[in-house]
Design a protein around this ligand. Structure first.
Ligand code: AVJ
Length: 323
């Protein structure tokens, strides 16, 4: 720790390795097979996701940025936050918008980035602590399931959960997450939530199956992560990328379809994994929301929505809620 920057590590690399091993064993022995999306984001996966956010088909990042640009001053004025908490490693660009707006109101003292990835956090914390010497940066390495209780309390926190990352959770997981977050909150706190909205399925599928094949590479990268971390021999070329809209659940599923019958070996788990030809492995759900639905989900977890903004086309929403 140096000067205005501190990093608290509640989740170590060894903890992460244990979680990955458990997720892979469980997911690849289940039927249907599944891998959780959190394992996409090694260095390559992070770079591929950055590339995705710039694709013509992937509208969410641009839409959310437009909404935040338009309403950052109002968000800052409403929250009058002394502490900005950011859940998940947001793009520094959106963080900067919020930091600037909160600095303009004169209330901001501290920034608390929260992420599973210590390296990413160190980078964020170092660069912000340098460019904003008046800001205290208290980074926290942890996951949403176990470590939300370690978030520092404050007079007024603005807790940002952007990018529609909440869409990676199933409804029951969302309720648990929002309720645990509510349990850490007190009067004066505000939740800033980014949610992608239900829209024409053609546009949704295109956003997750882009013409340049970047999302396909991002999806396949999870196999490379498993191979590297667990001494596996999954063949990235042996699987094809799929994006499927589920109209009942109202979520996009990303899957990897086995191009042929094949058997993979995960040596560190002493696990042999048979795939049938055309068998599909689910790698991500990305839920899409409607105002009524997410407002009810928030209410069920003890949050009252106070503001709801969308872009002019109604593609994406940013909301504010209070305990
Ligand atoms: C970062 C989880 C919000 O679901 O849209 C992008 C990840 N997956 N393209 C999303 C993602 C495929 C993204 N989130």
């Amino acid at each position: 720790d140096t000067g205005n920057r501190r990093i608290a590590v509640h989740l170590t690399a060894a903890d992460r390795a244990t979680q990955l091993a458990a997720d892979v064993r469980q997911g690849l022995t289940a039927s249907p097979k599944e891998l959780p999306p959190k394992w996409f984001y090694d260095e390559t996966g992070g770079q591929l996701f950055d590339e995705i956010t710039r694709l013509p088909e992937y509208y969410p990042t641009r839409r959310e940025r437009a909404i935040l640009t338009e309403h950052a001053a109002e968000i800052a004025a409403f929250s009058r936050a002394d502490t900005l908490v950011e859940l998940g490693s947001g793009t520094s660009e959106k963080t900067q918008l919020l930091l600037n707006a909160l600095s303009d109101t004169g209330t901001l003292q501290r920034f608390v980035p929260f992420d599973v990835d210590e390296a990413v956090l160190r980078h964020v914390a170092d660069s912000l602590a340098t460019t904003r010497p008046a800001l205290r940066v208290n980074a926290l390495v942890g996951d949403f399931d176990h470590h939300l209780g370690h978030l520092p309390r404050a007079e007024a926190r603005l807790v940002a959960f952007l990018g529609s990352t909440i869409g990676n959770m199933r409804p029951d997981e969302r309720l648990g997450f929002l309720a645990r977050l509510r349990a850490t909150a007190s009067d004066g706190d505000v939740l800033l939530l980014g949610t992608d909205l239900v829209k024409d399925p053609g546009r949704l599928v295109a956003a997750y199956d882009d013409a340049a094949g970047v999302t396909a590479a991002f999806n396949g990268n999870v196999l490379t992560v498993v191979n590297r971390e667990l001494d596996g021999d999954l063949d990235p070329d042996g699987f094809a990328h799929l994006a499927v809209w589920d109209p009942d659940a109202e979520w996009i599923e990303m899957r990897l379809r086995s191009r042929r019958a094949q058997t993979a070996r995960i040596a560190a788990l002493d696990l042999t994994v048979p795939f049938e030809a055309d068998e599909q492995l689910r790698t991500e759900i990305s839920a899409k929301f409607r105002r009524d639905g997410i407002e009810k989900e928030l209410a069920n977890a003890g949050w009252g929505m106070t503001h709801w903004w969308t872009d002019p086309d109604g593609d994406f929403a940013v909301s504010l809620s209070v305990p």
